[in-house]
Design a binder for this molecule. Structure first.
Ligand code: NAD
Length: 495
């Protein structure tokens, strides 16, 4: 059954690949369904890119690249900024699609997801005209560097922030003069295609941004193809390892945005209400399906019980409901399989001795009986060796641990293979900076959590990733430097 709300926002019943500036019927005949996680309804079917489609996307991207790289940065920037304006104008339509396809609450998608993508296009639209090399003097001789694009880049997305991820990858790539083939996650295929339409409407030449649909096999094709210069993945650690290994065959440039098991440290002098709000934000926003979430909450022993009391009363007030209801604060997890996996973690937490403070159950939502809604879940008395403390859950499950000393909590915080982010709550700012410096994480927040403006680099230490997205740092990852040395005199032969 096709959802009427989805149809109003989508207008197509079969989503095609977007190649060469338009939707193209697949040369193959494999299809899959885009589902509404809250209801289990089919939103539309999606044409999986066949090998012939992928070859066509590559040829189109290569042709687009030759045109695009010759345009000035200012021209490229204007198109990106126009696309940013179009994204903002269509916020309601795009946010609705994002909610239908991910299960996240509409209040989040309306306020953050599309605007964050638009901010990214605007930022890199502004940067495009200032990407430049350097000049060097060697007596009468000189040299200069050119900062050149890499070529055709592949973007491979996760399902939790579909349009934001497509923007975070495409905007810097395009600003630097590259073309991109983007593959959204198979569970959230809709809005990347909408982004492609918007780029075309903003004046992007055909072929510069293509969207191919499909599962891991499409991602594997992109990662293996010799015609692709770079791959940027957002996904799980295990996928990151496979992508890195496959990219090694053709020595592609690689950016990886992977998982995390980030710490939030609450010192006894912290503003406790603020710390509770930060931990709520860092665990239950988007049903906990956020890579940077601070799922290991270390609270100094003297304020632990007070923290847990305030946390439980706050968490219980979170409204679970139909994601399209503007009052809903927590929506549906992406799929029944994922919901069941999160419930298994909760059972494991109980059986390994963690104390359930609140939540822990699947919640039923009227009209969304097929959806997997899970109550905001808080465990106390957690130990560092518990499964829920060690493994990424990607759901609304917070583990609270107690600590006594600063050095101890730094060492325990760093005792993980991941290093995406970390939070410190304290009124002692000298300590805040000292602890942030000692934490092994790509982003540290002091007295807040999960704030990611496009001006700032975002990415992981250790096994949370390689490279950085956003900010001027992303330019490094979508360009290569050519050195040109110029002799102004006659060359003397040494022989
Ligand atoms: P996933 O790794 O299962 O899939 C991510 C993408 O990779 C999908 O498009 C998938 O089709 C593709 N893929 C899978 N196997 C592949 C292969 N062998 N070669 C090429 N492509 C392949 O991840 P997911 O379940 O979609 O997303 C959740 C994960 O993403 C979590 O671990 C989360 O922490 C992480 N994530 C990280 C960030 C970040 O910025 N660091 C942001 C969001 C999500």
């Amino acid at each position: 059954m096709h959802s009427p709300t989805a149809q109003a926002a989508l207008s197509e019943t079969s989503l095609k690949n977007y190649i060469g500036g338009r939707y193209v019927n697949s040369a193959g005949n494999e299809q899959f369904n885009a589902l509404n996680p809250a209801t289990g309804e089919i939103i539309c079917n999606v044409q999986q890119a066949s090998e012939a489609d992928l070859e066509a996307a590559l040829a189109s991207a290569q042709a687009g690249f030759q045109l695009w790289r010759k345009m000035t940065g200012a021209e490229r920037g204007r198109i990106l900024r126009r696309a940013a304006d179009l994204l903002r104008e269509r916020n309601d339509e795009l946010a609705t699609l994002e909610v239908l396809n991910t299960g996240k609450p509409i209040q989040e998608a309306i306020a953050v997801d599309i605007y964050s993508g638009a901010d990214c296009l605007e930022f890199f639209g502004g940067v495009a005209a200032s990407i430049h090399g350097h000049h060097y003097q060697f007596g009468a001789n000189f040299a200069y560097t050119r900062r050149e694009p890499l070529g055709v880049c592949a973007g491979i997305g996760a399902w939790n922030y579909p349009i934001q991820i497509a923007c975070w990858k495409s905007a810097p790539a395009l600003a630097c003069g590259n073309a991109m083939i983007f593959k959204p996650a198979e569970m959230s295929p809709l809005t990347a295609a909408k982004l492609a339409e918007i780029y075309t409407e903003a004046g992007l030449p055909a072929g510069v941004f293509n969207v191919v649909q499909g599962d891991a096999s499409v991602g594997q094709w992109l990662t293996r193809s010799a015609g692709i210069a770079k791959v940027s993945l957002t996904g799980e650690l295990s996928t990151g390892k496979k992508v890195l290994a496959a990219a090694a065959e053709t020595l592609k440039h690689v950016t990886l945005e992977l998982g995390g098991k980030s710490p939030i440290i609450v010192f006894e002098d912290a503003d406790l209400d603020s710390a509770v709000s930060g931990a709520i934000l860092g665990n239950f926003y988007t049903q906990g399906e956020i890579c940077s979430n601070g799922t290991r909450v270390f609270v100094q022993k003297s304020v632990l019980e007070e923290f847990l009391g305030r946390m439980a009363s706050h968490a219980k007030r979170i409204r679970i409901g139909n994601p399209l209801d503007p009052q809903t604060q927590m929506g549906a997890l992406i799929s029944p399989e994922h919901g069941q996996k999160v419930m298994e973690f909760i059972e494991r937490g109980k059986s390994e001795g963690a104390r359930l403070i609140c939540g822990g159950q699947r919640a039923m939502v009227q009209g969304c009986e097929a959806g997997w809604f899970i109550e905001p879940t808080v465990f106390a008395d957690c130990r560092d060796d518990m499964t829920i403390v060690k493994e990424e859950i990607f759901g609304p499950v917070m583990s609270v641990l107690s600590f006594e000393e600063e050095a101890e909590v730094i060492s325990r915080s760093n005792d993980t293979i991941y290093g995406l982010s970390a939070g410190v709550f304290t009124r002692d700012l000298a300590r805040g900076h000292r602890v942030a410096a000692a934490l092994e994480a790509g982003t540290c927040w002091i007295n807040t959590y999960n704030v990611t403006p496009v001006e700032l680099p975002f990415g992981g230490y250790k096994q949370s990733g390689m490279g950085r997205e956003n900010s001027l740092a992303a330019i490094e990852h979508y360009t290569q430097i050519k050195t040109v040395y110029v002799e102004t005199d006659k060359v003397q032969s040494p022989y």
